[in-house]
Design a protein around this ligand. Structure first.
Ligand code: MTE
Ligand code: MO
Length: 548
């Protein structure tokens, strides 16, 4: 809204002398207004109210952001509200978001939060023109609501009340001030001065809010930045250097992704709206609960342990058949089993409830960590310290289990407990407490719907049955017989296996191609179609190809 537009609204006064009920009320209520301006268009009043609401709301949020420089990023009003929204998101909506927005789901959520807040602020601003006290109280109530959702986050501190409370107060004050000025401005006697005051006040508040908001945000980013700390981490040398897998783990088919997923392309799935920025100097891991000898270690202590490299394919329970939420990396970590043994897991304990700094909890079977597989606390992937979004400085990994039951990022707490007693984050949201990775296979080349020249068509893709390994991959064309694909070399049973198939004399026309894998135990991937809830999708991936 510009000054010209508000001016235009007022210009309409002469043409429409009907008394505006809004201004009449304002006259009785808050400020006395000269009859001359009664005709100011109602629309102009609404627009101006909405503008004031937005500016006042913005001022509040900006101050909230500034306070959050001290109280922590996740306590900022918008972040807290967003995190709360994530926590109450029903499973169907979460699935919808993952399916449609993928790793941009956070951006979409933030847009949603900002839009909702803007709408509320605008409505409140309009309301303020006739019911200033009520609107002021409402604004303060928004602040209290924000403070409540902030302080009820799993790892909140009492100070998390502050940003939203102050935001509410500042917004209420700004709303009051600007509304009173705006209503007064209609007064004839000092019209020019009043108007200038209103415009300057509104513009000034808006500019100030933007400056403080952006400044606060930049300050938060700087203050909680761990890039330097990450750069300084000296990765421990693995006790035994793992040789590079042979080149034959990758069939050289154009368009097929590499055997190791580049870190920059590795999928990301988590509930963190503001990524946790954990300084390794502050990091501690606590192992406690049903153990004989609970203990706590620092990052330096962790780094002094025995480290191993391990190639492992990580996948998400939310990955649909043929989906992208799977990646393969070389991880550097210290085995988890010796740490559990040092703590002395008590009889009856069957669950590790791991917790991240942002309060997310993940439940994993104690058995899976102690049965000899390479469960680890990882500090690096693909030769570099973990990126912040993949769990810096430390994350858990257990081969064979979906990420939501094994791969805790920013992990700081292992509570040894039982599945009977404890629920992890996703359990009450409809996901199974335990979830081994299901056998899956995917056709990556050609892309579904692609047109390819007749002759020999090369199909290629990947298959995984983490920890059981992949023993065979077969493809089926147009419901014909299943034909054995050529498997690339196997790295470990914990990694995916790429495959290719030369489809000779592919006839012209549209064809359907399907794939299925057999895992290391000899079990063939099921064709039964199941969605991702409660413990992973099943069914065969299929594509259509046009041969021309
Ligand atoms: N702290 C934390 N750890 C987490 C999650 C999370 O939301 N928060 N998501 C889990 C899920 S569902 C998956 S699939 C993997 C994904 O790991 P990535 O983002 O590094 O690929 O992390 C797991 N660890
Ligand atoms: Mo996941």
């Amino acid at each position: 809204m510009t000054e010209q537009q508000t001016g235009g609204a007022e210009g309409g006064a002469a043409d429409s002398p009907a008394p505006d009920p809004e201004e009449e009320e304002a006259q009785q209520g808050v400020v006395s207004i000269s009859p001359r301006t009664r005709g100011a268009s109602r629309l102009g009043g609404i627009a101006r109210g909405a503008l004031i609401g937005l500016v006042a709301g913005g001022a509040g949020l900006a101050v909230g952001e500034l306070v959050a420089v001290v109280t922590g990023e996740a306590s900022a009003p918008v972040t807290a509200a967003g995190n709360w929204a994530i926590s109450i998101t029903p499973t169907w909506l979460e699935q919808f978001a993952i399916r449609n927005f993928g790793s941009n789901d956070k951006t979409v959520l933030l847009i949603g939060v900002y839009t909702t807040l803007a709408l509320l602020a605008a409505i409140d601003g309009v309301l303020a023109r006739t019911r200033l006290i009520l609107a002021g109280i409402l604004t303060a109530v928004f602040g209290v609501v924000g403070a409540t959702v902030a302080v009820t986050r799993p790892v909140a501190e009492t100070s998390w009340l502050l940003p939203s409370l102050l935001a509410g107060l500042v917004a209420a004050a700004a709303l009051w001030w600007l509304t009173v000025m705006s209503l007064k401005e209609s007064d004839s006697a000092a019209k020019q001065t009043e108007r200038r005051r209103f415009v300057v006040g509104t513009l000034g508040t808006a500019v100030g809010a933007l400056a403080v908001g952006y400044g606060g945000n930049a300050w938060i980013k700087k203050r909680y930045n761990v890039a330097d700390a990450r750069a300084k981490v000296v990765l421990p040398k693995p006790a035994k250097v793992l040789p590079k897998p042979p080149a034959s783990v990758h069939p050289k088919v154009p368009g097929l992704g590499p055997f190791f997923t580049p870190t920059s392309e590795f999928y990301r799935v988590d509930t963190a709206l503001a990524l946790p920025h954990v300084d390794p100097r502050d990091w501690k891991l606590k192992i406690h609960g049903m153990v004989d000898r609970p203990f706590e270690i620092t990052f330096d202590e962790l780094l002094s342990y025995r480290f191993e490299e391990h190639d492992l394919t990580l996948t998400c329970v939310s990955n649909e058949v043929g989906g992208p939420y799977v990646g393969n990396a070389r991880w550097l970590g210290t085995p988890l089993a010796p740490l559990l043994r040092r703590a002395g897991v008590q009889r009856g304990a069957d669950m590790i409830l791991s917790k991240s700094v942002d309060g997310l909890t993940i439940g994993s079977p104690v058995e899976a960590v102690l049965d000899g597989r390479q469960a680890m606390l990882a500090v690096a992937m693909n030769g570099e310290a973990l990126p912040v979004k993949h769990g810096f400085p430390c994350r858990m990994l257990i081969p064979g289990l979906y990420g939501y039951v094994s791969a805790t990022k920013w992990v700081t707490d292992l509570d040894i407990t039982t599945f009977a007693k404890s629920d992890a984050y996703w359990t009450p949201r409809g996901y199974s407490p335990e979830a081994p990775v299901k056998t899956a296979s995917r056709i990556d080349v050609p892309k579904s719907g692609a047109t390819v020249p007749a002759g020999t068509v090369v199909l290629a893709g990947t298959a995984w049955a983490t920890h059981r390994g992949v023993a065979a991959v077969e493809v089926q064309i147009d419901n014909g017989p299943w034909r054995e694909a050529k498997l690339a070399a196997s790295d470990t049973p914990d990694t995916w296996r790429q495959w290719s198939y030369e489809w000779a004399n592919a006839p012209k026309g549209s064809h359907k191609v399907k794939v299925r894998a057999t895992d290391g135990t000899g079990a063939v991937q099921t064709s039964a179609v199941q969605g991702v809830v409660p413990n992973g999708a099943t069914g065969h991936h299929s594509i259509t190809v046009k041969v021309s």
